[in-house]
Structure formats: structure tokens, C-alpha cells
Ligand binder design. Sequence first.
Ligand SMILES: *Cc1c(COP(=O)(O)O)cnc(C)c1O
Length: 444
Amino acid sequence: MAAALLARLARAATLDRPETAAPANTQHVGFHTGADGWLYCDGSKIDDIRQQVNSSPFYLYSKSKLQQNYAAYAEALHDIPAIIGYAIKANNNLHILKELSHSGSGAVLVSGNELQLAMAAGFDASRTVFNGNGKLPWELQLAVKHRVMINVDSEFDLKNISEAARAVGTPARVLIRINPDIDPEVHPYVSTGLAGSKFGIRNSHLQWFLDTIKADDMVQLVGVHSHLGSTITKVSLFKDAATKMVEYIKEIRSQGFDDFEFLNLGGGLGIDYYHRGDKIPSPRDLVEQIRDTIMDLGLTLILEPGRSLVANTGALVNTVVGTKTNGTKNFAVVDGSMSALIRPSLYDAYQHIERTAPGNGPAEEYDVVGPVCESADFLGKARTFERPAAGEGLVVHDAGAYCMAMASTYNLQMRPAEYWVDEAGKLQQIRRGETLDDHLALFN
Ligand SMILES: *Cc1c(COP(=O)(O)O)cnc(C)c1O
């Protein structure tokens, strides 16, 4: 069933492409306030888009911004042997995936289903990495079959990988996931690359992994992997990680392993969530930290960006239901909620919120909340803007990563539709909104 659907999507889920690839208007790519005070996505006024879209809330993306973000990585890496592996878990919209695969991106996967979707979206399997601490036998067999690179996460994982390779009859290409264990006292953003992480091998056991792989002709060691964490805005962390990884690489190479080629430094580059003019490092800033290491050792670099490719390409566009006060606090109640966008509730994350129309009257402080029956249901706290009337638009910015991908149907708030403004300025629906019928169809 899924196979047939995936094959159909691989063929059919294509949108009209603009006749001539219009040059992206570099001055107005992405979300910005126009000189007239209205909020725009590329050249389109968001309130005009709200008129055209007959559902709310909805996700809106700038395809040109996506292209610009990918180009920033591609340019930073143009003279280095490298694979840009888009971390699909950040946003798995099929059209976004197709756009990135079309641009030459590889893919980083965390499930067998993501692997199947990536293949349907046209990603080159040889530029694809399968990560995870709990990969299942069927997922590993699929990865081996497609010659996807697989990260070895533990002793049992290596055993399962070897068995999958035997079952398929093809050697598995593996990287060993090492935790560089960079001191969080010094680098507070590190959260998945510490010795105590649930991911990766125990570094002191590296020799056991090397011996086991060497003795197994169905497992081929092609590189090492590390992933420090996410929302990292201090790129010197990547240099520190590379320096640690080089020690391991030298040790591994001294023991043979002729197929060894890749240093995978993971993803995790942060973005400008606060919109207050902070200096956020670019892909180029990141790459400059590790260029010499890669060139000196004759390695191929793998980066696994998710958030930094897609987060600022999207926004959740909400409609105000009404405003109220509880005496000490004002609330702007919107139709979007933690069901559509859970990062504020889950991580207390800040995502910038703005009116779509210029306001008038005094600016006031509001908690922006949804209709879901949870006090944790908020999109932003203590945000300052002019009182919005019912029916006006409020946009949650930087919602292209880990927002729609984490959406649920809690309270039967159905997942929103997704649209993008394409490079010719045309509004296109890239996923329809879920309906109650979709939900009811799951019951026998
Ligand atoms: C989530 C994840 C990424 C992507 O992280 P971003 O912060 O979105 O760039 C990359 N690699 C691995 C192993 C991950 O788990």
C-alpha cells in the first residue's frame, strides 16, 4: 500500500514550475515588513494571501528563502569535498524535500519511513545517512539495500547492522557515532554530544567496535559521526568537535580501514529566533572553522543541517479570535495552538510573533494563546503589539523547522494546510489541511 502511494507521489506530486526560473528578488526574500508597514512573504502581502487561503491557521513558506539557505551551504562548501545532508525530521513536506533533492542535497534520516519518503523525493541514497539509537531490523535492511550510510550507535546496533547486511547480501557502509564530550560548562548549547548522551558509542569501547568491524566482511567502515546538539550559535564548537574527532580518525586510520573517507560533524547550526539583530553565524562561518582539518586529512565532510536550512523559510499564520484580560494580563486568543506548533510549550522556545497588518493605538503586552485545553497551550508570552481586532492576522515566525513536523491533532485541531510562495511569486498549496474525515477514516 505505502509502496504504491510512494511511487505515485514520486511521479505525481510535482507542482507547476515557473516557465522561466525568475531570479529570486534578493532584496525581499522571506518574511519582512514592507515600507508600507504590512508583513510580506517575498513580494506577497500576507493579508492578501490570507484572503486567498480559505482555512486558518496555515503554514506559509518562501521557496526562494529555501533556495537561498541551501545556496549558502553549497557556496560555503563549493571547494571542499562535502555532502550536505538535510535532516528530514525538521520538515518532511514532500515538496520541500523534492526542492532540496533537486538542488543536490543529501538526506539525514531517523526512521525507515523517512528513508522511503527520501527515496520518493529523489534523494541520492549514496549521499544519505541513517541515524538513531533504536534502528529496527527492517529499517536497517532497507538502508543496506539502498546503500545508505548507517551510523553505528551501540554494540547491539552493530550486531543488528551486520545481520541486516547478511540478510540483504550486501555489505553495510557504516560510520561510528562518537560523542566528542565537549564540556557544557564552557559550551552551554551542547546537548547530544556529551558522554552521558543516549546517542553514540562509549568512546572507551572504540577498539571493540574497530575489532568487530574488521572481523566482519559485511560491515565496511567509511567514517565517523558526531552531533553536538541543536540551536548552536557558537561555531567554534564545531572546531573543538573536529579537533577531538581527528584524534579518533588518526587512530582508526593507523589500523587500516582503507575505505575510511567521511568526517560527519552533524547538524545543529542555530538561527535568529529573537529578531533583535544578534549576529548569527552563517554556514560559511561554520565551514571556515573546519576547512583546514578536512583538507589536511583528505577527508570528505558531511554536515547534517535541519533547522538552519528550513526554520526561517516558514511561518504559522493565525487568525485572532479575540482579546481578553484577566486583570493583570492580556491574552490574544488565536486559532493556532500547541497542536499546530508545540515548540513554545515543549521547550519554552521563543518564536517571534508579529501582526500581519500595521497597528494603531498604544502597544500592549499579550500572551498569545490557542484554544487547546492546556495551560501549556501558548505560542508566545509577554509579546508587545497594538491590540489586534478579531479576524486580524498574527504570524509566528521561524516555523519552518520542528513545527509542522511535530504537529498533532490534539483536541481534534486538525493539522494545518501548507503553502509556499514560489520563485515566480505564485502562491501554491504544498499540503492540504487535514480534515475530520481523514481522522474518521482510520476507524473500521
Ligand atoms: C536532529 C539532527 C540533526 C539536525 O539538527 P538541526 O539542529 O536541525 O540542524 C542532524 N543530525 C542528527 C544526528 C540529528 O539528530
